[in-house]
Design a protein around this ligand. Structure first.
Ligand code: DGL
Length: 268
């Protein structure tokens, strides 16, 4: 029997921030990385359309790859379809990536936290429920950016990024209220950790930037069968598939750096 892979899913290269962390905790499992770049950016889609689009795509992906575990490495998708995916495929464990509002509320000293995400994620009922369940005592600023995920796509492909515009996009994260300042910014889009050094350089003051990737990776490890906790490296190739069918040099090179080989859908 061929080894069942762990499937990672995002609208683009953002999920690689979760994949690289998961590789540290799970070095031996085969990984399949799916980027639905034909539909990028998810952040601007209407909820109902995006929901049925992702559900249809997952039906195909599960059929093709028979994964042992799916990591939805995208906040915009997780906050929308996680429950539906679990309901439609009760035999496959799904792990989502959702805004790290709970840890931010636990760690803030000033009581002012910001959530930097796509326009889709800041609108989600799921995000608002997280705030009322875990951060009702904090002042939470939701900042939706339609540009930053695209900037991350360009940045990793060595294309220029407009620094002034990036600075403008993150500026609303910095709130001053009654002498207190925002001290935590939640990176609630998996693309954003790739830009964190640029965020630091363009921040109005120093803050902690929270990336949930490590927590997601630990959760993934905890859901695997016990045998996976023992390291038994076997030779295999980790694959990536982009729904647009893109095969450009910059993308190939980038994926190579993450130990992934670009292949057509379903092909090993
Ligand atoms: N990486 C995705 C997320 O975590 C979003 C990027 C997009 O807008 O497609 O939300």
């Amino acid at each position: 029997m061929t080894e069942r892979p762990i499937l990672f899913f995002d609208s683009g290269i953002g999920g690689l921030t979760v994949l690289r962390e998961t590789r540290i905790f799970i070095p031996d499992r085969k990984f399949i990385y799916i980027a639905d770049d034909a539909a990028f950016p998810y952040g601007n889609w209407e909820e109902d359309e995006l929901k049925s689009h992702i559900i249809d795509l997952f039906a195909k992906l599960l059929n093709l790859y028979n994964p042992i575990l799916c990591i939805v490495a995208c906040n915009t998708a997780s906050t929308l379809v996680l429950k539906d995916l679990r309901r439609a495929h009760p035999d496959v464990p799904f792990i989502g990536t959702v805004p790290a509002i709970k840890p931010a509320a636990e760690q803030t000293r000033s009581g002012l936290i910001s959530v930097l995400a796509t326009p889709g994620t800041v609108k989600r009922a799921y995000t608002h429920e997280l705030i009322s369940s875990f951060a009702s005592k904090c002042h939470v600023r939701l900042v939706g950016s339609a540009k930053l995920a695209g900037f991350a796509e360009d940045y990793l492909r060595r294309k220029p990024v407009d620094r002034a515009s990036l600075k403008q996009e993150i500026a609303p994260c910095f709130v001053e209220k009654d002498g207190h300042h925002t001290d935590i910014v939640v990176l609630a889009c998996t693309h954003y950790p790739f830009l964190v050094n640029l965020f630091r350089k363009n921040a109005k003051w120093p803050v902690d930037w929270i990336d949930p990737a490590e927590a997601v990776a630990k959760r993934a490890l905890s859901l695997l069968p016990d045998a996976d906790q023992v390291q038994t490296l076997t030779e295999h190739l980790d694959l990536a598939h982009f729904t647009s069918g893109r095969t450009d040099y910059a993308t190939n090179r980038l994926l190579h750096g993450f130990g992934l080989r670009l292949t057509p859908l379903g092909q090993e």
